[in-house]
Design a protein around this ligand. Structure first.
Ligand code: CTP
Ligand code: MG
Length: 557
């Protein structure tokens, strides 16, 4: 149980888990650095995309000799890494050290002999491996070890959080449970690479890259996979021939606008994914959205995918979040906890509607961290001032310039603990003048709202847009009421008013209980510590939490 009273300011003492989290986002410190320099976002992306092209996905029996499996595959070349996971069957992700190994492997793979149906002869890097003699080969075999691809249930999380020794460590524990694993990130890049193979049938020079929470360091296991079909390489002009009296250019079909071009391209690629993409199901073309997209489920990888094109601004906003998430370990820890809290209480949802989104919540947390004294993260304008010539990006007239070199950004001198930050986050937004002010991470200052949407969060790049335009007043009111309730709970604990009963959820764990929301609905204005009857009720509620949990865990986001 944590010591009473929270340290306000002063040197932050890190426990081992905090220290580990402090070092680098994700779990692989070595891979995120070049020597002593932290890698930039484009460097990490390029490396992972290349790695994905040397990787195959194999559906295999759960009971298989791992040793024999690897020996069989290594006839085609050296294997760098492999792992197994479950998604409608057992799958292996196998990364070869050379791309040529895949061609060698594909040379010996058969096309399926289907009797009643007919196979569409599109060859990809998604294979099925079966045993020649299942009865003898699998008889004494234990199932292979599978890596987890989803988060633990909320009630298990609550239990785990209760055994941490401070609220701060509760936040790091939650992040550790929820963040994408190295294996899951590899699978996301592989899924993009498999879709790229399909798109390459039309546009051989295209790339398909993940963006959004899969790569911005804020992704949770189970989050959707946002894919960007990048056709810019095709448009890149070669260095002009210096001699000769002529110019040559490609004849190309012309359409009235970029939007129409995107819709046509996505429509055709969507059809290809639907008709030829192995394992791709439920393809929906949502071409009239502000940003046209194709939505589908990649069953073997287990991801809900949103494919867009001409979405370079979103790619820049992913890089910006990557920078913020990599600057200080408290950023990601706070964002993961706030997102989890919001999902548990139905503030966010997997269904589109008037709800606050994870992206909006992240912006709110970043804004809050910019407003600390001293600030924990710089404003976007400050990052722009640090930009070098190669960082200059103007996308369709929008200035998306900011420093990409993490090493150039001075670390903060702010030493506040996450205990303080979590409580103050709720207090800050519980009392924010949403009716008057907008949130702007470019300036790090609240500004007058340019229009009367209940929640106004300025898009940092497309500055005339509100990223939370969809949010209605009642959803915002729910967020504010819950934030106040949670600030109150944490402040009571801080004053030592909480129960001494160790079995009762405390700190962050207490904020995840359904009773928090029901207290808000009753509109209670609490002035003193909870009565005994309330505590019993809260215990009973915590037993009922299972229902809410299954909802959250199936929801994905
Ligand atoms: N985006 C945006 N403006 C919005 C919504 C989204 O610029 N109003 C961009 C952001 O870069 C965001 C990305 O599109 O990261 C993907 O959107 P979405 O999937 O909704 O958010 P994620 O950040 O990926 O979070 P989640 O885990 O909920 O998928
Ligand atoms: Mg997403």
């Amino acid at each position: 149980r944590r010591a009473p009273g929270r340290p306000r300011l002063g040197q932050v003492r890190l426990s081992s888990s905090e220290a580990a989290a402090q070092r680098a986002p994700g779990r692989e410190e070595a891979d995120s650095k070049v020597g002593t320099r932290k890698k930039t976002f484009p460097e990490v992306q390029a490396e992972r995309l290349e790695q994905a092209q040397r990787t195959v996905l194999i559906n295999c029996p759960a009971k298989i000799s791992e040793k024999k499996f690897l020996k069989y595959l290594s006839h085609h070349g050296k294997i760098n890494s492999h792992y197994f996971y479950e998604s409608y069957g057992t799958y292996a992700v196998v990364e070869f050290s050379e791309k040529d190994s895949i061609a060698s492997l594909q040379d010996v793979i058969r096309t399926p002999g289907i009797e009643e149906e007919c196979a569409v002869p599109f060859k990809s890097r998604l294979f099925t491996l079966t045993l020649k003699n299942p009865s003898t080969q699998a008889a004494d075999q234990a199932p292979v070890h599978c890596h987890k691809q989803s988060t633990i249930l909320v009630n298990d999380l609550v239990q785990k959080l209760c055994s941490a020794d401070s609220v701060s460590n509760q936040l790091y524990t939650l992040m550790d449970e929820y963040q994408l694993t190295e294996e899951n990130i590899k699978l996301r890049f592989l899924a993009c690479s498999l879709i790229q193979e399909i798109a390459c049938a039309y546009f051989p020079e295209c790339t398909v890259k993940p963006f959004g929470s899969s790569v911005n360091t804020f992704g949770k296991l189970g989050c959707d996979l946002d894919m960007f079909l990048d056709l810019d390489e095709i448009g890149r002009s070669p260095t002009r021939a210096k001699t000769g009296p002529f110019y040559m250019e490609y004849q190309m079909k012309r359409v009235p606008s970029q939007r129409i071009a995107s819709q046509r391209i996505l429509s055709v690629i969507g059809d290809c994914i639907d008709n030829f993409g192995p394992g791709c199901v439920g393809v929906q073309k949502i071409l009239n959205a502000r940003c046209p997209l194709v939505r589908f489920s990649h069953q073997p990888a287990g991801f809900q995918c949103d494919l867009t094109t001409n979405n370079r601004v979103a790619m820049r906003s992913s890089e910006l979040l990557y920078i913020y998430g990599s600057l200080d370990s408290r950023v990601r820890a706070l964002v993961f906890s706030v997102r989890c809290w919001a999902r548990v209480h139905g503030i966010t949802s997997t269904i589109p509607g008037p709800w606050i989104t994870n992206f909006s919540l992240t912006m709110m947390a970043l804004f809050f961290l910019q407003k600390r004294t001293p600030p924990i993260i710089p404003t976007l304008d400050q990052l722009k001032d640090l930009a070098e010539a190669e960082d200059k990006h103007i996308v369709e007239g929008h200035d998306c310039t900011f420093a990409s070199n993490l090493n150039k950004i001075k670390p903060t001198e702010n030493t506040e603990t996450l205990d303080v930050l979590l409580s103050d986050f709720f207090e800050y937004f519980g009392n924010f003048s949403f009716n008057k002010n907008s949130i702007n991470i470019r300036k790090g200052k609240e500004q007058n709202k340019p229009e009367p949407s209940p929640l106004y969060i300025q898009n940092p790049f497309e500055q005339a847009l509100n990223i939370s335009k969809n949010v209605n007043q009642s959803q915002l009111d729910r967020f504010v009421a819950l934030a106040r309730e949670c600030a109150w709970i944490l402040q009571q604990e801080d004053k030592g008013h909480s129960s001494l009963n160790n079995s009762q959820p405390w700190g962050l764990a207490a904020l995840l209980l359904p009773s928090v929301a029901s207290n808000c609905i009753k509109g209670k204005k609490r002035r003193k510590g909870p009565a005994a009857s309330e505590r019993i009720k809260s215990l009973l509620d915590s037993l009922k939490i299972n229902n809410a949990n299954s909802l959250v865990n199936n929801g994905g986001k």
